[in-house]
Design a protein around this ligand. Structure first.
Ligand code: IPM
Ligand code: MN
Length: 356
């Protein structure tokens, strides 16, 4: 097949992990005989510097015209002053909103060879296989904001329609997995959460009677995630709770650098990015973990290009590389030998199956 992919490498380690992920993507496409048109575009802090806008019009237009968007990471101290007129993050939020990618899938799978890399006991994290479905285009991230010298507000808004569509996306995913859905809210305090809970209950009862639904308050969910993470299958939650809980959940897998994400809307086009940030402290050293970006490419192949076999081949190759000991600096004790970003990507490519 032919496909067009918009590549938004961004800031910090974004360009490094994206280059590694593209190396793997080209190798998969080559082996399976697909032609990819990769278009690299300015985004984030780099785009603020070059164009005064974290999401220049040409970048957004190219994303709209593409079959999928592959994103690195954005942000950094250079653009983070409290009074900065425009921040890289604003570009990311606008991109999500403009492309209508309201469902952010963040799978957390504990790789057998890495159970001991977690700060939690191996016996707690072994076998964890869960997926967060984070609502991505609503809630407190997008409500009206105000700030003067002594008072600031962020409004959290959710409509029933926004809750319905994200719950459906999560319940469909649960149906294809172990049929367990946990909805996370703060219904003992927040009105948005009370609406969330009622709508979620109704949608699952009526449309997904075969899915077991449980509601959990966000504080309790944060605890259970590290107490009994194996019990979870699919978790659905609003934007900010999902942001916080997925960083927490990444520690089950051993490193934030391992985790991918897919942001999907109603069509096929999606935005794919590792869940880690731009890590300015290690940027430019060639030591960032590319696995989150590489697994994001596998999600891209599957969800936006419909290439399930190619996605599975890449995922298996990355799993194999990890089983055989491919480790970046974040996965070894300080000072121990480790692979560079590029070498880790090479290890994945050399584990790919031959041309079918
Ligand atoms: C994420 C990031 C973003 C978010 C930031 C960079 C705006 O933390 O994708 O999780 O909060 O959504
Ligand atoms: Mn985050």
């Amino acid at each position: 097949m032919r496909a067009r992919i918009a590549v938004l490498a961004g800031d910090g380690i974004g360009p490094e992990v994206t280059a590694a992920a593209l190396h793997c993507l080209r190798a998969v496409a080559g082996r399976f005989g697909h032609e990819l048109e990769l278009e690299e575009l300015p985004f984030g802090g780099a785009a603020i510097d070059a164009h005064g806008d974290p999401l220049p019009a040409a970048t957004l237009a190219a994303c709209r015209a593409a079959d999928a968007v592959l994103l690195g990471a954005i942000g950094g101290p250079k653009w983070s002053a409290p009074d900065a007129p425009v921040r890289p993050e604003a570009g990311l939020l606008r991109l999500r909103r403009e492309l209508g990618v309201y469902a952010n899938l963040r799978p957390v799978k504990v790789h057998a060879a890495l159970a001991s890399a977690s700060t939690l006991k191996a016996e707690v994290v072994e076998g964890v296989d869960l997926v967060f479905v984070r609502e991505l285009t609503g809630g407190i991230y997008f409500g009206d904001k105000t700030r003067d010298a002594v008072r600031a507000t962020d409004l959290c808004v959710y409509t029933a329609a926004e809750i319905e569509r994200i719950v459906r996306a999560a319940a469909r995913l649960a149906r294809a997995r172990r049929r367990r859905l946990t909805s996370i809210d703060k219904a003992n305090v927040l009105e948005t959460s009370r609406l969330w809970r009622a709508v979620c209950q109704r949608v699952v009862e009526r449309e997904f009677p075969d899915v077991t639904l449980e509601h959990s308050l966000v504080d309790a969910a944060a605890m259970h995630l590290i107490r009994r993470p194996r019990d979870f299958d699919v978790l659905v939650t609003e934007n900010m709770f999902g942001d916080i809980l997925t960083d927490e959940a990444s520690m089950l897998a051993g490193s934030l650098g391992l985790l991918p994400s897919a942001s999907l809307g109603d069509g096929r086009r999606g935005v794919y990015e590792p869940i880690h940030g731009s890590a300015p402290d290690i940027a430019g050293r060639g030591i960032a973990n590319p696995f989150g970006a590489i697994y994001s490419v596998a999600l891209l192949l599957k969800h936006s290009l419909g290439l399930a076999a190619e996605a599975a081949a890449l995922e298996r190759a990355a799993d194999t590389a990890l089983s055989q000991g491919a480790r970046t600096a974040d996965l070894v004790p300080a000072g121990a030998r480790h692979l560079s970003t590029r070498a880790a990507a090479e290890a994945v490519v050399s584990s790919l199956p031959p041309r079918p």
